[in-house]
Design a protein around this ligand. Structure first.
Ligand code: C2E
Ligand code: MG
Ligand code: MG
Ligand code: MG
Length: 282
């Protein structure tokens, strides 16, 4: 029999929330030994020069293949890992493996190796007292050239007062480059550029190919490039999916872009075949 009373709806709603909370708790628990069980791996997405689309570098994107659920989105598991603290160990694993891969590419491909390796770093990692030392340790053990590394942090990460901002400053003093990721999705974005010293600004995909892209997004994208030029910050447009978007970005003055139009996140071997000189000259 159909019961449509408000009390029943609330009951249903609570049950649904319980279900979601339980699922999240279980995923969080499974995260604890995801690394030990070898369930995590890295993909690489090209960051290209406009207008020709030649790869200038790659962004490292973490993947988790859950034994029963299959691929879980990082938008789901990264926040869980941040909450239960596992992100510190996972983030270290990402840095270590991405740097080892970058060093291998340097050795094997020389001038054809990706020139820039972008790695996402969470606030929790930046706030760890030993983070900078750990980065130094990974750099020296893997032998990767620090000038090639770009550490991507989000606005919300650096806005958390204190340690993260200090870490950003120290990393840059040591010759590493830092990018502000998903720019425009958080709060007080523009003033942030004046207080947080960064090398690269990644304009969020919601302005480039999202719902906002046609209207206000286009205006924002066109004006941001003026800001970044004035501040001598490199701009990367994220989420470029169509030729038309790429052309408009180039016309607006963007010289770096990333998106499905140029390449989806892919395993290292696939990225390599795109780097071979024969293919580069194609
Ligand atoms: P992000 O750092 O902003 O990475 C870009 C995201 O946009 C990636 O999603 C990428 O697959 C997606 N993307 C690239 N081109 C396009 C496009 O043309 N259209 C659309 N719709 N999407 C595009 P992904 O790989 O699912 O990662 C989601 C987020 O998870 C990342 O956003 C980043 O914030 C976080 N993340 C991924 N890997 C790591 C990691 O190793 N450490 C940390 N802390 N966070 C990570
Ligand atoms: Mg990123
Ligand atoms: Mg981003
Ligand atoms: Mg993002």
């Amino acid at each position: 029999e159909a019961k449509a009373g408000g009390g029943d709806r609330r009951h249903w709603f609570d049950a649904e929330m319980d279900e979601q909370a339980r699922a999240a708790a279980r995923l969080g628990a499974d995260l604890l030994d995801a690394l030990d069980r070898d369930e995590m791996f890295l993909l690489y997405q090209p960051i290209v020069e406009l207008p020709h689309g030649r790869a200038a570098g790659v962004e490292v994107l973490l993947r988790w293949r859950h034994p029963e659920l299959g691929l879980v989105s990082p938008d789901v598991f990264i926040p869980l890992a941040e909450r239960n603290g596992r992100i510190v160990e996972i983030g270290r694993w990402v840095l270590e493996n991405a740097c080892a891969q970058a060093a291998e590419w340097q050795r094997r491909f020389g001038p054809h190796a990706p020139q820039k390796i972008s790695i996402n770093v969470s606030a929790r990692q930046l706030a760890e007292p030993g983070f900078v030392a750990e980065v130094e340790d990974i750099l020296s053990r893997t032998g990767v050239d620090r000038a090639r590394l770009l550490l991507e942090v989000t606005e919300t990460a650096v806005l958390e007062a204190g340690a993260p901002l200090e870490a950003v400053r120290e990393l840059r003093e040591r010759g590493l480059r830092v990018a502000l990721d998903d720019f425009g999705t958080g709060q007080s974005s523009l003033s942030l550029l004046l207080t947080v010293p960064v090398d690269v600004l990644k304009v969020d995909k919601s302005f480039v190919s999202g719902d906002a892209a046609d209207h206000a997004g286009a205006v924002i994208v066109e004006h941001l490039i003026g800001f970044t030029n004035g501040l001598r910050i490199e701009a990367v447009a994220e989420g470029v999916e169509t030729e038309d978007q790429a052309q408009r970005l180039h016309a607006a003055g963007y010289s770096l872009a990333q998106g499905y139009l140029f390449g989806r996140p892919a395993p290292a071997a696939e990225i390599e075949s795109a780097l071979l000189p024969a293919r580069v000259a194609r």
